[in-house]
Design a protein around this ligand. Structure first.
Ligand code: SAM
Length: 223
């Protein structure tokens, strides 16, 4: 079974390359006990996000879609002492679990969870004095991905890294006639990127413990 092999290989790399640890394991356990869906990024993907944020030297990170804070803590770990992360979550139960996980990870002073539909809370970020993020991770409801991309650009500067997760939809991203709103949301997101001269981007397909999926990576140009 090929997906079992993907999982076993993920476990092999994760074990060898330390993509997990007691704090991260506890977060997944807490999320599961709280009844949250296991739709967090995989451990090696979480560490990949961490490494990307480190590569970027990110100081201000925005995440759209917190769940239990698993990816949030990975990204938060990449921040310097004066770094900051804001994460947006619609579901107050998810946000509460995430806040507790963030506290246990020792990152409460750097990370703020803002509860509410992201399209309502995104416009409030400038009022908080943050006009530009240098790293933005989009991982919430896919039908709203086109709007999230517009907001990401609004809150970006030259060099801002923008990542959009789950863009493969098990391959259905190429079905133009799909009736799945998430597929259509991702397709519109890709169309926007395709027409957007201000962002340099690519998309990568992935396999692993979370199945067949993929992400978009973009960098806002210097214009
Ligand atoms: N980034 C998380 C991780 O890897 O650990 C996983 C996020 S999960 C895929 C998507 C989250 O987005 C869910 O917790 C869901 O409640 C939240 N969400 C859905 N619609 C939303 C909206 N309109 N605004 C903000 N968050 C939303």
């Amino acid at each position: 079974n090929i997906s079992e092999k993907w999982n076993d290989v993920d476990v092999y790399f994760s074990t060898k390359l330390h993509t997990t640890d007691p704090v991260m394991d506890l977060i997944l356990k807490t999320n599961s006990e709280a009844g949250l869906p296991a739709i967090d990024v995989a451990p090696n993907q979480g560490k990949f996000l961490y490494l990307l944020a480190k590569l970027k030297g990110a100081k201000n990170i925005l995440e759209i879609g917190t769940l239990g804070g698993y990816s949030t803590v990975w990204l938060g770990r990449a921040l310097p002492d004066d770094g900051r992360l804001i994460t947006l979550e619609y579901n107050s139960k998810h946000a509460k679990v995430a806040e507790e996980n963030i506290r246990k990870a020792g990152l409460a002073n750097k990370i703020e969870v803002i509860v509410g539909p992201a399209l309502d809370t995104l416009p409030t970020l400038k009022e908080k004095g943050i006009s530009t993020f240098d790293f933005i991770f989009i991982d919430a409801d896919k039908p709203n991905n086109p709007q999230y991309l517009k907001w990401a650009l609004e809150l970006s500067g030259p060099g801002t890294v923008i990542i959009g997760d789950n863009v493969v939809r098990k391959g259905h991203v190429i079905d133009a006639d799909s009736e799945d709103e998430s597929v259509q949301g991702v397709r519109q997101f890709i169309d926007l990127l395709s027409d957007e001269s201000r962002i340099d981007s690519t998309a990568i397909q992935t396999v692993g413990s979370k199945g067949y999926d993929g992400f978009v990576l973009g960098i806002v140009k210097n214009i």
